[in-house]
Design a protein around this ligand. Structure first.
Ligand SMILES: NC(=O)c1ccc[n+]([C@@H]2O[C@H](COP(=O)([O-])OP(=O)(O)OC[C@H]3O[C@@H](n4cnc5c(N)ncnc54)[C@H](OP(=O)(O)O)[C@@H]3O)[C@@H](O)[C@H]2O)c1
Length: 249
């Protein structure tokens, strides 16, 4: 019997990186999963990898219509939603002096409003006793150059874990945040960094991390599994930091 047997999970950003690795971990533990993202090809590839327990829904977290279609599809196929991993996000870095309003709005639209709407539009679909996990980042507590909009967006998400919990706990719904340090995913290439820039940034960060390396996505997925399952039944409104000790030592 898996930790999520008979449960249905919705995972935004489930077609890449941390979200895809979490979808695999959830399916391995017996869950049905509904993955959501904008890119049809990677959604199709992910569903093929995940097998019959998975469906993909194409859409954008900034669109109420797309989010409504996501929860409608989840309910139609699996009848309910017991776990929600609001994980979709973008990295977009710019020094304060050069950062445009467009840059700021882009980051906040996806990372803050997108998470807010993902949970808001899902409230009716969530079962009583459901678990909601939000993806923040250790950048919410570290001051790193060129990351003002991104880090502030993740601080807002960390705050949501508290306020959403306060509102939903009466239904037994727990909301927590997962807070990764650097993880080896496509997010850095998507942020527009060249391979050389990624390598230089990676070496610089890895040097500061006590474990001297980036996390693998599955190392984040196993912590999300803990928060999504009844193993964390007394954990509410918190942030689980998974960063190789970066912010702690
Ligand atoms: N990698 C790290 O070092 C790290 C560290 C801390 C926190 N995080 C956070 O972890 C989360 C997952 O990132 P990742 O590293 O796994 O990166 P990734 O591989 O780039 O995955 C990002 C996912 O979000 C989806 N997404 C982005 N914008 C979207 C939108 N507007 N609507 C719907 N889906 C959208 C992407 O799918 P489509 O492009 O198909 O839409 C993709 O599946 C993000 O919130 C990120 O900020 C990452």
């Amino acid at each position: 019997m898996g930790k999520l047997s008979g449960k249905t999970a919705v995972i935004t950003g489930g077609n890449s990186g941390i979200g895809l690795s979490t979808a695999k971990a959830f399916v391995d533990e017996g869950a049905n999963v509904v993955i959501f993202g904008r890119d049809q090809k990677s959604l199709d590839d992910a569903v093929e990898t995940l097998g019959e327990a998975a469906i993909g829904v194409r859409g954008d977290v900034t669109s109420d219509t797309d989010l409504d279609a996501l929860y409608a599809a989840a309910k139609e196929r699996f009848g309910k939603v017991d776990a929600l991993f609001a994980n979709a996000g973008i990295a977009d870095f710019a020094p304060l002096a050069d950062a445009s309003v467009d840059h700021f709005d882009r980051v906040f639209d996806v990372n803050v409003k997108g998470v807010f709407k993902t949970v808001q539009r899902g409230i009716d679909a969530l079962s009583d006793g459901a678990s909601v996990v939000l993806t923040t980042s250790v950048s919410n507590t570290k001051g790193m150059a060129s990351m003002s909009a991104y880090s502030a967006s993740k601080a807002a998400v960390r705050s949501f874990a508290r306020t959403f919990s306060a509102e939903l706990v009466a239904r037994g719904i727990r909301v927590n945040a997962i807070s990764p340090g650097p993880v080896a995913t496509p997010i850095y290439t998507r942020a527009g960094l060249s391979e050389d820039e990624i390598e230089a940034m990676g070496a610089g960060m890895a040097d500061q991390i006590p474990l001297k390396r980036f996390a693998e996505p599955r190392e984040i997925a196993s912590a999300v599994l803990f928060l999504a399952s009844s193993d964390s039944s007394y954990v509410v409104g918190t942030e689980l930091v998974v960063d190789g000790g970066w912010t702690q030592i």
